[in-house]
Design a protein around this ligand. Structure first.
Ligand SMILES: *Cc1c(COP(=O)(O)O)cnc(C)c1O
Length: 381
């Protein structure tokens, strides 16, 4: 029997915008008084589709966004003409024009960048808002904290730049409280040396979704950059979000494309990493690493079909993945397969998927490729 589910694609992700909105509401409630919510929507809103996500955030009253680069900033600008849009990464010289045209806020790490932005803003007859990025121990972009004060004064002296914020990024917020404290202290020590009139009006932020209680204690912080928690990942203990339980937003699905019986003793898929130990009813799922199922999940992951867990057999391939349907004889060609998400009483969380796939949740979400159709649920009318 062929199942009548031909309205379903071969592989798709469902994005529950109502769940996303609930998460945003919970985050807003958990953020202390006086702390501004900057919504991180880089990498196509962590693979969720930036236009839909930003539109919903605007409806929730959020109007500050952070992206990785100018191109992503222009995509947000298209949907959010009035919003404040921060660029988190370093900007290439050829991106400076887009930054000025789209009124994005670049992150500056040295005097050379400040000079070039100032000159371009002067040419365009405009004032460009900029952020100063300080490296307090992440060891990536930003001015090294010991050299940050002179750069801050340099930026403040530029006529065509509006110095609007200063931020740093923690390398180990979820693993080392001690190192995070060191970074916070370095940052505070720079900020405390800013002249009072410079400090006033700046957005000052360090924390991401692992926003720590210490942020509140230290008093100078007035913004937080919330990324992955918005998309339903569980917050870590010891954070201001500890008590909230975000709802999953994304689920990942495919179909059973073919079913075949194979005898015991037969190796399956590339490099014969699994040999059937019994006569097996194999289901061929119409998705693979070309869609975002990591090859590390080969012989490890379970998918869900008709409310049952079915194990992946052999290597995940680009377009097809094998599952064992011997103990699920009711499964038919065309059935929906859940790779991340729930089916009946069973659930594969992103966290579990990442254990199998040997990756982190951020990586798993952005690895769901373009080939995977995004289907939106819970839209407002
Ligand atoms: C990605 C990113 C964030 C958001 O981090 P989450 O852990 O997803 O909340 C915040 N700040 C910077 C600089 C980032 O690159």
């Amino acid at each position: 029997m062929i199942v009548e589910s031909s309205h379903l694609p071969r592989v798709w992700a469902e994005i529950d915008l109502a769940a996303f909105e609930r998460n945003v509401g919970k985050i807003k409630e958990a953020i202390p008084e006086g702390i501004h919510y900057i919504s991180v929507v880089k990498a196509d809103a962590y693979g969720h589709g930036v236009a839909y996500i930003v539109e919903r955030l605007l409806q929730c009253g959020i109007d500050s966004f952070a992206v990785a680069n100018a191109r992503e900033g222009a995509d947000v600008r298209y949907v959010a003409p009035q919003a404040e849009i921060y660029i988190l990464g370093p900007s290439l010289p050829e991106e400076f024009g887009t930054i000025i045209a789209e009124n994005l806020v670049p992150a500056i790490s040295n005097a050379d960048e400040a000079d070039r932005f100032d000159a371009l803003a002067a040419d365009a007859g405009t004032q460009l808002s900029v952020n100063l990025k300080i490296d307090t121990g992440m060891g990536r972009m930003g001015v090294w904290h010991a050299e940050a004060l002179p750069l801050a004064l340099h930026i403040a002296a530029k006529k065509n730049l509006r110095f609007c914020g200063v931020f740093t990024h923690f390398s180990s917020a979820d693993t080392s409280l001690e190192f995070t404290e060191l970074q916070r202290l370095r940052f505070l020590s720079v900020i405390n040396r800013f002249p009072e009139d410079l400090r006033r009006g700046l957005r000052i932020h360090a924390d991401n979704s692992a926003g720590l209680d210490s942020m509140v204690r230290d008093g100078v912080f007035n913004a937080i950059r919330a990324g992955i928690i918005q998309y339903g990942l569980k917050p870590a203990a010891g954070t201001i979000f500890e008590k909230i339980a975000p709802d999953p937003v994304l689920s990942f699905h495919s179909r059973i494309g073919l079913i075949k019986m194979m005898p015991a003793g037969v190796p399956v898929s590339y490099n014969r990493t699994y040999t059937l130990n019994r006569e097996t009813r194999i289901g061929i799922v119409t998705a693979g690493y070309g869609d975002g199922i990591p090859t590390a999940a080969s012989n490890k992951a379970h998918f869900l079909v008709r409310g049952k867990r079915v194990p992946v057999l052999g290597r995940v391939t680009m377009d097809q993945t094998l599952v064992d349907l011997t103990d699920a004889p009711e499964v038919q060609v065309g059935d929906k397969v859940t790779i991340i998400g729930s089916d009946g009483d069973e659930c594969v969380s992103i966290e579990t998927f990442c254990e199998w796939g040997d990756c982190i949740p951020w990586e798993a979400l952005v690895s769901i490729t373009k080939r995977v159709l995004r289907i939106y649920r819970g839209q407002r009318n």
